[in-house]
Design a protein around this ligand. Structure first.
Ligand SMILES: NC(=O)c1ccc[n+]([C@@H]2O[C@H](COP(=O)([O-])OP(=O)(O)OC[C@H]3O[C@@H](n4cnc5c(N)ncnc54)[C@H](OP(=O)(O)O)[C@@H]3O)[C@@H](O)[C@H]2O)c1
Length: 250
């Protein structure tokens, strides 16, 4: 009898992360989830409570994932937090919180996995955003954290090219989650009811697309409509026209 494949998803208490463990459980995988919350969602076979913006908690989370000696077949480093403030209003302490989770947690967890791998292959998926590809008002810190993550992952992909490990980059467009409500505002607190409506792809569709992406050999995957992808091409080729059209749309 072969044992079920195992997935570890960070930020699995809600949103895209919860959608992922729900999707993979349905496919028969053994699911390990983590977030700051103590309560295990039904879709998680194993739950690890950890604040991944803290270095010691990352080490503890890795130890708990590996405590029974079972190596995860897939690790989705998904936990992330938004920031909504102008550059002038952004406090350094808040920007550091954003980078601690969106960038440093992913970098650190990947390195800890490498140290523990001992010949076993790593398949890591990291969650950036299309916000990494262009500038928007009030999103400088968030976008910079996701852009740093994307280029870090692209670099690691080169390092891992001829070895056993794999990394893939997911860049979602807008997904219907409470990410805006959880985003930190200029006062350092979650926006809550001040958050703008956040429509877009469903969590289920996003999870299914991420799962399909992990089966493809391609490194980078943009999860967005053809018109959004076209806009990203326009940004790279003719940025002034892109920003003119963006301002008209907003
Ligand atoms: N939704 C979108 O439109 C969108 C678009 C592009 C990219 N993304 C990216 O996709 C990922 C998931 O976003 P989402 O929309 O699902 O967000 P979400 O609904 O706000 O969920 C965020 C998850 O991260 C966890 N988390 C937050 N802070 C944490 C911390 N310090 N330590 C550990 N876990 C923490 C949260 O759980 P706890 O509160 O229980 O800790 C929650 O499970 C993020 O990286 C986000 O940047 C989202």
């Amino acid at each position: 009898m072969t044992s079920a494949s195992r997935i570890w998803v960070t930020g699995a208490s809600e949103g895209i992360g919860l959608g992922l463990i729900t999707h993979y459980r349905r496919l028969g995988w053994q699911t390990v989830g983590s977030s700051r919350r103590p309560d295990k969602p039904e879709a998680a076979d194993q739950w690890i409570q950890a604040d991944l913006s803290i270095a010691t908690e990352r080490q503890r989370a890795i130890d708990q994932v590996l405590h029974d000696g079972k190596w995860p077949d897939l690790v989705v480093l998904n936990a992330g937090i938004g920031h909504w403030a102008s550059v002038e209003d952004s406090k350094t302490i808040d920007s550091e919180r954003i980078f601690a989770l969106n960038y440093w947690a992913v970098v650190d967890l990947s390195r800890l996995l490498m140290q523990k791998a001992n010949g076993r292959p790593i398949h890591a998926v990291v969650m950036s955003s299309i916000a990494a590809r262009f500038g928007q008002k009030n999103l400088a810190t968030y976008s910079a954290s996701k852009a740093a993550l994307a280029l870090w992952a692209e670099s690691l992909n080169q390092e891992w090219r001829d070895g056993p490990h794999r990394i893939q980059l997911i860049m979602p467009g807008v997904v219907q989650t409470d990410i805006m409500r959880h985003s930190i505002g200029k006062d350092g607190l979650p926006l809550g009811n001040q958050a703008k409506e956040h429509g877009g792809w469903s969590v289920e569709r996003t999870a299914a697309k991420i799962e399909a992406a992990t089966r493809s050999p391609q490194f980078s995957h943009i999860l967005a409509s053809p018109s959004t992808r076209l806009a990203l091409v326009l940004h790279d080729l003719w940025p002034s026209l892109f920003y003119l059209l963006l301002r008209r749309k907003l």
